[in-house]
Design a protein around this ligand. Structure first.
Ligand code: ADP
Length: 819
């Protein structure tokens, strides 16, 4: 509990909300002048992390969703509402716990409200707190109020009964409205549109896929810069920016919708004059969605109304451009734009062009809007000129040239005469009011009377301006649905325009999206790696996957050869294609993908309490259990988190399972080049590898993905490139040779004895193959440090220029070293 000056409250509120607290705003609800005793106070609103409306606590490019969850033991229902934009989405489904969390996490809520049955589930609470880092609020509407809320629901939300046609959906909407009523304590006129969706309408991107593919933030630092969103977000409006993120979270599965988006991108690419003109207009559009929300919420000021007016004033031009564009889709979208001319005219008539921030100090209403206000203003104006003429008259009559009439808040208007002129003031002309060090201040009954009229008019006009302003705001608030609809259309246009901009800048192509099963990319590039590379140099690669014979690509090659980049780019191109964007390739055919699974990179989920290997296996497990033949699985270096044989065994078993049982398109990278042998055994598996060459004993990455498996690992070469001390590299080479030698010997000794757990048998036969290929290729002689030094000394010995004695001495040295 604390009292803070109201003008600085927002900084305190911001800090508290940031820390996950809820802040109850308490205000005096009586006029202190009229109250008897202590002025009555009430909580007028509770601000919570999920119900923030304040501009300073919101990020323009991001939504702020409050997610509400209800469950009935079998199914779960979700309601996600963003008070700051007026969006509200509901869905219901049954499915695994993880799938639920994915859906919740796609909204990145700062607060999750749990209905009573769920509030006690500790696993859910833990996952929300640790993985989603959201504040949990258990909330159940008071049974006494529940029937009231149920009655209010159809009034709050349009077509409520039609949309929420299951008990669980009604329940989640009840909890949502109950919570918002309890915290906001006012009508929420902008939160009227309820949209129900089916999570199966969209490509599923779970938390790990979104993270690993760096769709909206980067893996390392969690920054927007460096993510796909960052690359694609060339939107001109804040609404567009938020929409592009929503599209990235939910790529489409419906071919027609994807093609409709592509058509608009194409129209912009085909007509750059149109593109430029639309861009210029969109740049003048403010955040219509949030403006509309603030207007309806009653927190908008006069400047917000002016921003709204300015935004609306570009719509007629925008509409005309789209209608004349010559693209049927753009024409249709232009025709559907509501110019909201009535709203624009109302604001234009009522509000001045540059009003102050405060709504309580006047200066907002335009002259001519209200006769009564103009009258009050005239009284003030006339009063002021009367005072000027009074000043002149008094100067003339008293002969005091420096006499002046001033004003201050305490004494009001006064006549001031300096000490040196006091003797000129006629006796009884003025009433003395105040004595200063070098002047006297006086009043006259006439001046006081005039003062009262001026002040009264000033006070009245400020009051009246506030009233007129709130009236205008309320009138606009009634039209909030139209504004929201317009905002949605402008946002969509902006996103598609941004896609065109990116496509042109980076030379992307329109992918052919089909209901078929083929994923074919010619000269594909990783959009972000390409964009951030200093010279724009990126080695393009092809990929072809289909249901027959090329379902799994086993990607081998050393570390740093470009395997992960290649795999990610395939997934990113699929995502881009399904949100309607063009893609970084020379040609692309994308058979619609229902879900992307990823297991990429090794990041410990320490906060979530899971080790690298555990994370790896959990993610892989989901892919194996939930993928369909229409899914795309990326498995990068699975099995790396454990010992070699363990890892290799798991990797092979996983590939076999995907091949035989799951049937999903899969890119499987591994540094166990021994697994390339599977190509002959699994009919739909094809080997490719990241090509490297060895020059002067050093590995050179070509970043080209070519058919066939890698012939060996280059781990030690890569370590050498990374600058590991030469001694360590030499020692590693020796150890490798020893290991390979030992392996060979043990095989020559007869049947293998398996170590403790008997896992080796799985790899018996191809370990021999490994040795056979590795040995000649590695060409690392089994020599000790001394032996190598001795040989080097011998090689470098310049025999022709040495005496016999020198030779004797060298031989002596060498023998000493080798003994
Ligand atoms: P791997 O998964 O094989 O260890 P990465 O995919 O992480 O290798 O690639 C390592 C680095 O190589 C990347 O960070 C990127 O800078 C560069 N790289 C990868 N692929 C390409 C490419 N096709 N063209 C240019 N540079 C690339």
């Amino acid at each position: 509990m604390c009292g803070v000056p109201f003008h600085s409250a927002h900084t305190y509120v911001e800090r508290l909300i940031e820390k996950g607290y809820k802040v109850a705003i308490c205000e005096q609800v009586e006029n202190p002048a009229e109250a008897k005793g202590v002025v009555r106070r009430e909580v007028v609103r509770v601000i919570t992390p999920g119900t923030v409306m304040e501009e300073n606590m919101l990020v323009d490019q991001e939504n702020n969703f409050l997610v509400v969850l209800s469950g009935n033991g079998q199914d779960m229902a979700l309601a996600a509402a963003d008070l700051s934009t007026g969006e509200c989405h509901v869905t219901q489904w049954s499915g695994s716990f993880d799938r639920w969390l994915d859906e919740v996490s796609s909204y990145q809520p700062r607060e999750v409200v749990l209905d009573e049955t769920l509030a006690s589930q500790s696993a859910l609470r833990q996952a929300i707190t640790l993985r989603l880092k959201a504040v949990i609020t258990p909330f159940t509407p008071d049974p006494a109020e529940e029937s009231g809320i149920l009655e209010a629901l159809p009034r709050q939300f349009e077509r409520f009964d039609e949309i929420c046609d299951t008990p669980l959906l009604r329940r989640v909407a009840t909890v949502l409205l109950g919570y918002l009523t309890a915290t906001q304590k006012r009508s929420l006129g902008h939160l009227t549109r309820l949209r129900r969706y089916d999570a199966r309408q969209y490509m599923v991107l779970d938390e790990s896929a979104r993270r690993n593919l760096e769709l909206t933030v980067t893996l390392g630092e969690g920054k927007r810069k460096g993510s796909l969103l960052w690359l694609l977000d060339k939107t001109a409006t804040a609404m567009g920016s938020r929409l592009i993120k929503k599209w990235l979270d939910k790529p489409l599965l419906e071919l027609g919708e994807i093609q409709a988006r592509q058509d608009v991108v194409q129209a912009f690419l085909d007509d750059w004059i149109l593109f430029d003109e639309v861009t210029d207009l969109l740049k003048q559009v403010y955040d219509l969605e949030r403006l509309a929300a603030r207007i309806s919420f009653g927190s908008a000021n006069a400047r917000d109304l002016v921003s709204l007016k300015r935004s609306l004033s570009v719509i007629p031009d925008l509409r005309r451009l789209l209608i004349e564009a010559g693209c049927p889709r753009l024409r249709k979208s232009g025709e559907s734009l509501d110019e909201c001319a009535d709203i624009r005219e109302l604001v234009e008539r009522a509000i001045v062009d540059d009003p102050p921030v405060s709504v309580k100090e006047g200066g907002m209403i335009r002259e001519g809007y209200s006769d009564r206000l103009d009258e009050l203003r005239n009284i003030q104006k006339d009063g002021k000129s009367w005072i000027t003429s009074l000043e002149k008259k008094e100067r003339e009559e008293t002969g005091i040239k420096s006499l002046k009439i001033g004003y201050n808040r305490v004494f009001g208007y006064y006549i001031e005469v300096t000490k040196s002129n006091l003797h000129l003031v006629p006796e009884g002309r003025y009433i003395r009011k105040q004595t200063l060090a070098n002047a006297e201040r006086y009043v006259t009954p006439e001046l006081k009377e005039r003062e009262e009229r001026i002040l009264h008019a000033a006070e009245k006009s400020v009051e009246m301006e506030y009233e007129l302003f709130t009236n205008v705001r309320a009138k606009v608030a009634k039209e909030v649905l139209r504004l929201q609809e317009l905002a949605g259309k402008v946002a969509e246009l902006d996103v598609l325009r941004a896609f065109a901009q990116v496509a042109r800048h980076y030379g992307y192509v329109r992918p052919v999206v089909t209901r078929g099963d083929r994923l074919y990319i010619k000269d594909g590039r990783h959009p972000v790696v390409e964009a951030v590379s200093p010279d724009g140099h990126f080695v393009a690669n092809d990929v072809e996957l289909d249901a027959n014979s090329r379902r799994i690509l086993l990607v081998t090659g050393p570390n740093m050869a470009g395997k992960s980049t290649f795999m990610r780019q395939v997934a990113l191109i699929a995502v881009m294609a399904q949100i309607g964007s063009y893609v970084p390739a020379a040609e692309a055919e994308v058979g619609i993908i229902d879900r992307i699974f990823t297991r990429i990179g090794a990041a410990d989920d320490l906060i979530g309490g899971r080790s690298t290997f555990m994370v790896e296996m959990t993610e892989t497990c989901r892919a194996l259990k939930e993928a369909t033949p229409r899914s795309l699985i990326l498995l990068d270096e699975v099995g790396r988190g454990t010992s070699t044989y363990d890892g290799m065994a798991l990797a092979q078993a996983i590939v076999e399972h995907i091949h035989d049982r799951v049937g999903a398109k899969t890119l499987f990278s591994t540094h166990y080049h021994e697994l390339t042998r599977l190509e002959g055994q699994l009919k739909d598996l094809v080997n490719v590898h990241a090509r490297c060459v060895e020059r002067d004993g050093k590995v050179v990455f070509l970043y080209r993905i070519v058919p066939g498996g890698a012939d060996r690992s280059y781990g030690i070469h890569v370590a050498e490139l990374a600058g590991l001390p030469q001694e360590v590299i030499d020692r590693a080479r020796n150890l490798l040779a020893d290991l390979e030698g030992a392996d060979r010997e043990s095989r020559e000794d007869g049947p293998r004895t398996t170590p403790e757990n008997g896992q080796l048998s799985l790899f018996d036969d191809f370990v021999s193959e490994t040795a056979a290929t590795v040995q000649p290729a590695s060409a690392v002689p089994v020599l000790s440090q001394e032996e190598r030094e001795a040989l080097r000394a011998l090689r470098d010995f310049d025999l022709m220029n040495k005496t016999p004695m020198d030779c004797m001495l060298l031989i002596h040295e060498l023998k000493k070293k080798l003994n």
